[in-house]
Design a protein around this ligand. Structure first.
Ligand SMILES: *Cc1c(COP(=O)(O)O)cnc(C)c1O
Length: 226
């Protein structure tokens, strides 16, 4: 299978899941997660019309962005964020999915180049993976959202989650449903949110069933990472 074939297959799976779970056609966007894969693989994906790419490591994203400049890519940063790397992220990424502190959000807000559009932000919520240090606790979410939503230069779009691996689809769905409920509760409190970034290669359909608007797919497009 080529990268082109894989992207076509994933696109078909997304459309099928939208239909099956009563989601509007075209409401789920594919983010191609290209971490640890070379620029040549990204070029293959671009040739299919894919424009949204996700990276976890700042240096890798910056290098690829330089190599692939002028090709219409929008970079999404989805990895853990160290505060000394926010300037590079703010200069490169259109989206940052992994914001989990007001400090990081403030730095992105201050460091965004003046001529760049607002950076789209998702707050990463620590939903099922107690062992993980990333993500804000659900109870702390409303306060963080309130602090982030007012910052200039960034636009709070929604939530991101990386649940602990779980083979059972019903249990996958139960966790994603919790994320959706957190989002609904924020919307009820007046936050204008339209993005749920959830679902990877092994739990994509469950995420779409529970309202994902961006699925982050690496392995099923680019193959196994080394
Ligand atoms: C690596 C990664 C993905 C892609 O995972 P696959 O299982 O390869 O599809 C998605 N989201 C995040 C945050 C990742 O780190």
């Amino acid at each position: 299978m080529t990268i082109r074939d894989n992207i076509q297959t994933i696109g078909e799976r997304i459309r099928a899941a939208e239909q099956h779970f009563g989601r509007e056609a075209g409401s789920v966007e594919l983010l191609a997660v290209s971490k640890k894969h070379p620029a040549a693989s990204i070029r293959e994906a671009i040739a299919t019309g894919q424009t949204q790419f996700g990276e976890n490591y700042v240096q890798e994203m910056v290098e690829k962005a330089a190599e692939l400049a002028g090709r219409g890519i929008e970079w999404h940063f989805i990895g853990p964020i160290q505060s000394n790397k926010t300037r590079l992220i703010a200069a490169t990424a259109r989206w940052v999915h992994s914001v989990d502190s007001v400090k990081i959000a403030q730095r992105l807000s201050e460091q965004k180049p003046a001529d760049a559009p607002d950076i789209n932000i998702c707050l990463q919520v620590n939903i099922s993976d107690e062992a993980s240090k990333s993500g804000v606790a659900p109870a702390a979410l409303p306060e963080l959202a309130a602090q982030v939503a007012g910052l200039p230069g960034i636009c709070l779009r929604g939530l991101m989650a990386i649940p602990a691996p779980e083979p059972d689809v019903e249990r996958q769905r139960a966790v994603f449903a919790q994320v959706r409920h957190l989002q609904e509760s924020l919307i009820a409190q007046g936050f204008a949110l339209d993005t749920l970034s959830m679902g990877m290669t092994d739990d994509m359909e469950a995420a779409i069933a529970e309202g994902a608007t961006i699925v982050r797919i690496g392995t099923a497009i680019f193959g196994v990472r080394h």
